[in-house]
Design a protein around this ligand. Sequence first.
Ligand code: NAD
Length: 492
Amino acid sequence: MTFTAADEARVLASVPTGLLIDGVWRGSSDGATLDVEDPATGSKIATVASASEADGLAALDAAHRAQRAWAKTAPRYRAEILRAAYERVIELSDDFAILMSLEMGKPFAEAKGEVLYGAEFLRWFSEEAARVAGRFATAPDGKMRLMVQKRPVGPSLFITPWNFPLAMATRKIAPAIAAGCTMVLKPAALTPLTSLLFAKVLVEVGVPAGVINVIPTAKSGPVTGPLIRDPRLRKLSFTGSTPVGRRLIADASERVLRVSMELGGNAPFLVFADADLDKAVDGAMLAKLRNMGEACTAANRMIVHSSVAEAFATRLAARMQALKVARGLEDGANIGPIIDESSRNSIHELVTDAVGKGAKVLTGGHIPPGEGYFYPPTVLTGVTRDARILQEEVFGPVAPIVTFETEDEAVELANDTEYGLVAYAFTKDLNRGLRLAETLEVGMFGLNTGIVSNPAAPFGGVKASGVGREGGLEGIEEYLETVYVGIADPFD
Ligand code: NAD
């Protein structure tokens, strides 16, 4: 698909550039703005209002004022708003995809995939809104009655990353709306446009003033800190890096604020000697290169049985080398730019470190000349155990390959990380697959597949990858409080 400058201009012109506070689009109280750039060219594509500390608190004020009435609305009413939002996002799916490609860099086809995935959370939670139930029981001694009810947790703060600008927002907003919570969304400063267009859709489909407030800002910590310390805020849901998540958990501990944390990953991708190698390579392409490797679920470490390692590496390198690295809106682009220069430099540093310690580059491994922050798909073999790339999240299109001899060794290597988001394994032995499902220390496991994300499944990690789950039957629980009502024996 080819897009013209006029297509891009039309989509950019449809995006509100203010803050959304209490149903009104407005500038920042101190007049501050932030520029958004196209990572494929490094040039500015938009300027949006940048919230001040006062704007952050005004947004929380609005959310707090709207909470009581919103919680009282009928679940079916909230369900229908979510359904309408789903329909509208699908109608606008090309516009959302163009916008995401512009501000974040991913190829149009992938951006379209994210729109459909992100929209599914709206549909899924529109269906869940009417299914929230408590329980009723007679106490074991036959006397009291035990009523357990679910209530919306209350005003929530959402802090989202730049890598999936729509889906990371809908994964939080949809269950919060379904549960009856009001919210303040602080999108990543690098990619605020998608959130702003999505907020416009929510207003259009009837989300009342104050229920959703959106405050892009260049000052994340100073603006969100006072909200986290404010007793009116009842929930913090964060998706982003583990270091920032740790800080936010520490800040939230002061008030014992409820938190959900979707943090970094360091996914192992295991290939056993009995794997279907074609399928394993297909899976690796998906698990490694989705979103240019800028995904928390990205396969970070290829752990391959020594008997198939060479064949796997050669095939993977050939497939990766054939990809077109280009601006996301260019026809046929497979790999867009990395989000910014410092991220690209960090990727290259990890590659240089691995090569310095003895790894061999099969393809890629260099910073290309020219504008934009491109980095080619890269395959490294013979990566030594002390290479930083095996411990740190590379967040780029680099596949380091290490080998193993036994299943125990593979599991040990896979678990040798502070992270525990997702693991992938390719094997034809179902018993082995089930053993891995019980021994890998992760919140999600892909067996003979390179992708696990699904709105109907609980997404989330263990260890330093976070707490809480998004999506599935579990996703709405993050926005509900359990309240127990003890009732005297009615026959007494
Ligand atoms: P990041 O932690 O730098 O930023 C995430 C968000 O936090 C942004 O909105 C940013 O502005 C904000 N932020 C940064 N410092 C803050 C502070 N002191 N106080 C409050 N907010 C602050 O992460 P990123 O670079 O945007 O995203 C990439 C990271 O996100 C990777 O580690 C990736 O694995 C992770 N991620 C995790 C999931 C998941 O579901 N587990 C999904 C996507 C991305």
